[in-house]
Design a protein around this ligand. Structure first.
Ligand SMILES: [Zn+2]
Length: 109
């Protein structure tokens, strides 16, 4: 558990997520989420996987690159996003720019 607050639930102008035991909860809801969203501070790799999972396989209609190429980009974007969140809160570590192993279907990192 940490003091993270973020914007994962899309309220936009104010922080709407907070960390409970490493999972994010919606500040606008009294209910626990059905979906487990890993806290980007407590669980960097889990959070990257979660963002990647939201974007995996999605692309622009006229984007004719292969799924592998597009998913590589999603994975990189997810990593950058989570590391950005961490950097904004003063968390920097030597691994900060490494794309985690184990989330590439091809295992290619
Ligand atoms: Zn946390």
């Amino acid at each position: 558990m940490c003091n993270y607050q973020g914007y994962e639930f899309g309220a936009g102008r104010y922080p709407d997520s907070y960390c409970v035991d490493g999972l994010l909860h919606d500040a606008d809801s009294d209910y626990l989420n059905e979906e487990s969203i890993p806290c980007p501070i407590c669980d960097r790799v889990g959070a990257i996987n979660w963002w990647f999972g939201r974007w995996e396989g999605s692309c622009e209609i006229d984007d004719d690159r292969s799924d592998d190429v597009i998913n590589d980009e999603h994975r990189r974007r997810a990593t950058l996003l989570v590391d950005d969140i961490r950097n904004n809160r003063g968390i920097t570590d030597p691994q900060a720019t490494a794309i985690p192993e184990g989330i590439s279907p091809a295992g290619g990192y």
